[in-house]
Design a protein around this ligand. Structure first.
Ligand SMILES: NC(=O)c1ccc[n+]([C@@H]2O[C@H](COP(=O)([O-])OP(=O)(O)OC[C@H]3O[C@@H](n4cnc5c(N)ncnc54)[C@H](OP(=O)(O)O)[C@@H]3O)[C@@H](O)[C@H]2O)c1
Length: 295
């Protein structure tokens, strides 16, 4: 990858036991659907503009799902970017469905997972999915124990059929990751994590030792924007924004952390990408690290 985009986008990461490389700064497409992650975007032109600018900037990791919209976010990605640049890695997820009441329901039977792969293939306009995360659906954003073997076997089978290239897991515990690894190669883990919410600190270090990507969702707090006097204080001192500090902190947290901040605003997108070049000092990190300890 070009040295210039490497520097701009926080370097590169290679998924384990693959030759698939992405820049550490990516983009999460969930915010491109309508309110409640349902229906079309409020500004479809802005959605297309963000996706195209992401690619022009050199971003080659886009996170999505066919249950955003549902279907519509993948269709927008296809409209904006198809035919895809060769180095683009689109990461999608399976495990949920969205009935008309806008709720999030489990969809994790073999039949539902297989249908989900075919929906993703069709809506993204590809013959194989680069990376599929199995997303465990449960209450809230703290994962709970329970076997995921059946679902991982289904995905591993779809991989053997050539419909999926790589497999990851989302909203999972350390035990569930180990169980999935006993079935197939797991290249990434996507869990709730940010400078305030740090339940996965030990897990990130363990995955780093194994060379597995950790991709925090809600890096900016998601539906509950991050709020912290320390974060704002560091941002003020560095003459930047709290959002940029929160993203820079994640990039400096561990080299296996890949970012997929979500936004429906081109201005916010640019601000987030620029965070890849923000360097935090030891003193900044010391102060920021203490935020998570008090939660
Ligand atoms: N695996 C899972 O279960 C799961 C769950 C949730 C999300 N995800 C993935 O993770 C990605 C990131 O999570 P997320 O989008 O939910 O949350 P996020 O990145 O933490 O935050 C997104 C929110 O922050 C706002 N925002 C973004 N940049 C901003 C900036 N520079 N200044 C001010 N506000 C800003 C966005 O509003 P604006 O649109 O107004 O900028 C949006 O409300 C998603 O896009 C999705 O791909 C995965």
């Amino acid at each position: 990858m070009a040295a210039e985009s490497n520097a701009k986008l926080a370097g590169v990461f290679t998924f384990p036991q693959t030759s698939v490389q992405v820049h550490r700064m990516g983009y999460g497409a969930m915010q491109l659907s309508g309110p409640g992650i349902f229906g079309p975007p409020k500004d479809p032109q802005a959605a297309v503009a963000i996706l195209r600018e992401a690619i022009e900037t050199g971003i080659n990791h886009i996170d999505t799902s066919d249950f955003y919209g549902p279907h519509l976010t993948n269709q927008i990605i296809k409209e904006a970017l198809h035919p895809y640049r060769k180095d683009l890695v689109i990461v999608t997820k399976l495990g949920a469905r969205r009935p008309a009441d806008k709720s999030w329901q489990k969809a994790n039977s073999a039949q539902e997972l297989t249908a989900g792969v075919h929906d993703n293939l069709k809506n993204l306009g590809v013959s194989a999915l680069d990376i599929v995360n199995y997303r465990v659906v449960g209450p809230g954003h703290v994962p709970s124990e329970g076997s995921i073997a059946e679902q991982i076997h289904v995905l591993a089978d779809l991989k053997k059929q050539g419909l999926i290239r790589q497999i990851g897991v989302s909203h999972v515990t350390a035990n569930q990751i180990k169980e999935a690894q006993s079935i197939t190669n797991i290249v990434c883990v996507q869990n709730h994590y940010n400078v305030v919410h740090r339940n996965d600190d030990a897990l990130i270090d363990d995955l780093a030792r194994q060379g597995i990507a950790y991709v925090p969702y809600f890096p900016l707090g998601g539906f509950t924007p991050l709020q912290s006097a320390v974060l704002s204080g560091v941002a003020k001192r560095l003459e930047t924004t709290a959002h940029q500090v929160a993203l820079a902190w994640l990039l400096q947290r561990s080299p296996n952390v890949l970012l997929i901040p979500g936004t429906s605003s081109l201005a916010h997108f640019r601000e987030n990408v620029a965070a890849a070049q923000l360097k935090l000092s030891r003193q900044d990190l010391h102060e920021l690290n203490r935020i998570g300890e008090s939660h």
